[in-house]
Design a protein. Structure first.
Length: 85
């Protein structure tokens, strides 16, 4: 994922993938590293400072997604969706 427009589909696909194969992602670091591997550009640059000694400093996947949503999410997501209809 390298663009803010791709954030919502990326996060949705990420959650589905992780939930669908729980044995592939046995702990939070496996989940975070998997997600981190897809990041590019500004999105990568936002999360990279949270990488310390090969570990991402988040305790949940939700913390990770919140950082991305605060930086790149649409603050008027509901309004945008209504306007698109």
């Amino acid at each position: 994922m390298g663009t803010p427009a791709a954030l919502r589909p990326f996060l949705t696909n990420l959650r589905v993938e992780i939930a669908g194969i729980p044995t592939r992602f046995p702990d939070i670091q496996h989940q975070l590293r998997y997600a981190f591997g897809f990041l590019k550009g500004d999105v990568y640059a936002t999360i990279e400072p949270h990488l310390v000694n090969d570990r991402l400093n988040f305790t949940t996947l939700e913390e990770f997604t919140q950082v991305l949503q605060m930086a790149f999410g649409d603050p008027g997501e509901v309004r945008t969706a209504v306007l698109e209809l």
